[in-house]
Structure formats: structure tokens, C-alpha cells
Design a protein around this ligand. Structure first.
Ligand code: ATP
Ligand code: MG
Length: 374
């Protein structure tokens, strides 16, 4: 039969991305259509390689072509992705213009698992094929050197056109830098805010990050000077808030969400991550014990009108693998690695939604609208 590209494009205009509420053609997600006899091929270019809707969208495309063009066609869809920059970065005067999306991992309370989440999220995203960087900005208690077994390591410094540039480490598929490689945490404790902020800024300005799809920043506990420096210096695409299910942690998470939504800050809150949600004993992997209480994260998420992006179980190997310098997400097919992979999907999905929302809005209006959308 005689099929032309226009018919294929028109058919694909019927496929709507359920997150972005537009058709795939208008979203620029269809590329390289070719037709040979009964075979139709094209690329479906997703906004993130971690897209949880990839199979659904692919099947919807095939169905649309068979329904609106001809049921006898063989449709071949090649999945690809191009991570889009958060519109905040579109301003090329931004620090790190080659980093498409900067994501903060924060919490109100200490010890809830920010570093564990930041590290495993970064590794999970890297496994999808995204270009990922990780910054440990916890100036008073950096934990990433230990989690990557780089305690005594010093990053390489090169001379680039007469300027010293720091080369990030590359391990487990991601690039990483910790403030801990440069300052002694015991000395950092006595630093005043401005000194800490200056040291931190060098992690953005003096490091050769190259092009990155996602840069994850592990932050210190609370909502202090470091967080202000981060949101004032960088075009932050969004923040993910980590909590545990207990009331004390939830109260601090609520404060942190309010801080990021406050006037003058206005960073999109991508969602809540509940860590240590339930305990799974190694010998009884089908049993779940909600030792810190049940549903705390989901209740806070609905109260604060933000999605619950994931629930990470308490598993001894999370702690052991972190201490041993090989985070749990490096290995495949265990329940924890799967929960971090699902978290990576949900988080980037929210990011794509926020980015599309901002693209449709005047950049000048960001400040106004940023947290009214959810
Ligand atoms: N889901 C989990 N299961 C078991 N152990 C965990 C889990 N999450 C975190 N831990 C352990 O709890 C401790 C605290 O975690 P982590 O360092 O990630 O917290 P944090 O919020 O970054 O702390 P800080 O506020 O000090 O920066 C670590 O020893 C870590 O290995
Ligand atoms: Mg930490």
C-alpha cells in the first residue's frame, strides 16, 4: 500500500503524553520517520531515559498507526532520549550552563538517609544511560568519599589555558566530587557561613563537569546557609525531600518543604522520599515490618500536595554497602536497587512535568507560579 510520512505524523498526533498533556508530534518526540513497503520505522525521543511511560508510549504509537493508517503495517519504534534542560538553565549566564538539570536532595532532619538516597539515585539514573554528576555539599559531614571508597583520594587538577581545573572522579557510571576531598570536616565545623559558601561555590565553578543531564547535590541536614548558597548560586531545577516515617522527621520535612516554597526561594519541590519505610529481614524477604510507623510519608505528601516519589526499605545491606564503598544500586536485581530505580523514574518524570510547565510559562513568571502547580 502507499503510505506517506504525513499520514504517519497525523496518526501520531493522536498520541498524547499523559504527563505533558500534549501530543508526541508537538512535543518534538518523533524523529527519523522512514517507510519501506509495509514497514514504518521512527524514533521516539523521550525526555528522559528513565521515563516510566516508555513502553506505554511505544505501544500507543503502534496502535495509533494501525488504527488511523493501516492495521497491516509493521511498525518499528526505536526508543531514544534527549534530556531537556530545565528552563532556568536556558539562561546561558547560568553557572554550569552545560548541566541540564540540577537536583537537590534535602531534608529537615539529620540522619534520615539523604546521602544514601542521593548516591543511589545518582547511580540508578546513570544506569539508565543518563549523564549524571553527584556533588557532596555537606561541608560539615561529607559522607560520599566513604560511600565510594575514596577516603584518601585527591582529585586531579589540570591546567586549562592557565587556569586550574579540578577533574571529578568517575565511578559506578557517574562523575562525583565531595567537599570532603578539599576540607577537613573537623576544621569546617568552625567555619563561618561565608567561608563555607565560598568553598562550596568552587565545586561548581572550578570542576570540569562537562555536559550532564542530571547533577544531584547531597545537602547537609536542615535549612541553613549552605542551602541558601545553593539556591542563590545555581539554577536549581528541583528539590527532593527525604524523610523517615516518624512524626519528628515528618515535622522537619514539612518545614523544609515550606522553606523551598517560600518567597525569594521558590524551588520546585519534586516530591517526598520516604526512607526506612519498613524493615525486611534477609531471611524472610516477603515480610514487611513498619517499625517507624506506616503511611507517614504518604500522609505528609498529600497534606503538602506533592508526590510521594518512593519508599525505601530498611535493609542491613544498604548500610553495609555504603560503609564498604560500593553502594547497593551498583548491583542488579535486589529489592533495594529496584526501589531506587523506581525512584529515579518517578523523580525524573516530575522533573519533566515541571520543565514542560515552565516552558509553557513566561520564564519571568517562574517566581510567581513555581509552587502553585502541583
Ligand atoms: N534504608 C536504609 N536501610 C538501612 N540503613 C540505612 C538506610 N538509609 C540510610 N541508612 C544508614 O543510616 C545512616 C544514615 O544515613 P545517611 O548518611 O544517608 O543519612 P543523612 O541524612 O545523609 O545523614 P546526615 O544528615 O548526617 O548527612 C547510614 O549509616 C546509612 O547507611
Ligand atoms: Mg548526609
Amino acid at each position: 500500500m502507499n503510505v506517506n510520512k504525513e499520514q504517519i505524523i497525523n496518526a501520531l498526533k493522536n498520541v498524547i503524553d499523559p504527563d505533558l498533556h500534549k501530543d508526541l508530534v508537538s512535543l518534538g518526540m518523533i524523529e527519523d520517520i522512514s517507510i519501506e513497503n509495509n514497514d514504518v520505522s521512527f524514533k521516539l525521543v523521550l525526555t528522559t531515559p528513565a521515563c516510566p511511560l516508555r513502553e506505554k508510549l511505544k505501544n500507543d504509537c503502534i496502535l495509533a498507526i494501525k488504527t488511523f493508517v493501516d492495521a497491516s503495517l509493521n511498525v518499528h519504534v526505536e526508543l531514544g532520549s534527549k534530556v531537556r534542560s530545565s528552563p532556568q538553565v536556558a539562561d546561558k549566564t547560568a553557572v554550569l550552563p552545560n548541566v541540564k538539570n540540577i537536583i537537590l536532595v534535602a531534608s529537615g532532619k539529620g540522619g534520615v538517609g539523604k546521602s544514601t538516597v542521593a548516591v543511589n539515585l545518582a547511580i540508578s539514573l546513570g544506569k539508565t544511560g543518563a549523564k549524571v554528576g553527584l556533588i557532596d555539599a555537606d561541608i560539615y559531614g561529607p559522607s560520599i568519599p566513604m560511600m565510594f571508597n575514596l577516603m584518601d583520594a585527591k582529585p586531579k587538577v589540570i591546567d586549562k589555558n592557565g587556569v586550574n581545573r579540578i577533574i571529578p572522579f568517575e565511578k559506578f557510571g557517574i562523575k562525583l566530587i565531595s567537599i570532603g576531598f578539599f576540607v577537613d570536616p573537623d576544621k569546617a565545623l568552625i567555619w563561618r557561613g561565608p567561608m563555607a559558601s565560598t568553598a562550596l561555590k568552587q565545586l561548581f565553578t572550578d570542576v570540569e563537569w562537562g555536559e550532564l543531564d542530571y547533577l544531584i547535590i547531597d545537602t547537609p541536614p536542615g535549612t541553613g546557609d549552605i542551602h541558601l548558597t545553593l539556591v542563590q548560586t545555581l539554577a536549581v531545577a528541583g528539590v527532593a525531600i527525604v524523610t523517615t516515617p516518624q512524626d519528628v522527621a515528618l515535622a522537619d520535612a514539612r518545614k523544609a518543604i515550606n522553606m523551598y516554597r517560600a518567597d525569594g526561594i521558590k524551588v520546585p519541590v519534586l516530591g517526598l522520599i520516604e526512607n526506612m519505610s519498613f524493615f525486611i529481614p534477609a531471611e524472610l524477604p516477603d515480610n514487611k515490618y513498619y517499625i517507624f510507623g506506616k503511611d507517614g510519608g504518604s500522609k505528609l505528601a498529600s497534606e503538602m500536595n506533592t508526590p510521594l516519589l518512593g519508599q525505601i526499605p530498611i535493609v542491613q545491606s544498604i548500610c553495609e554497602s555504603g560503609d564498604a564503598g560500593e553502594p547497593i544500586s551498583v548491583s542488579d536485581n535486589n529489592i533495594v536497587e529496584k526501589s531506587f530505580a523506581s525512584l529515579a523514574e518517578k523523580l525524573t518524570q516530575q522533573l519533566s512535568i515541571w520543565n514542560a510547565f515552565f516552558e509553557a510559562t513566561d520564564v519571568e513568571q517562574h517566581e510567581e507560579t513555581c509552587n502553585c502547580k502541583e
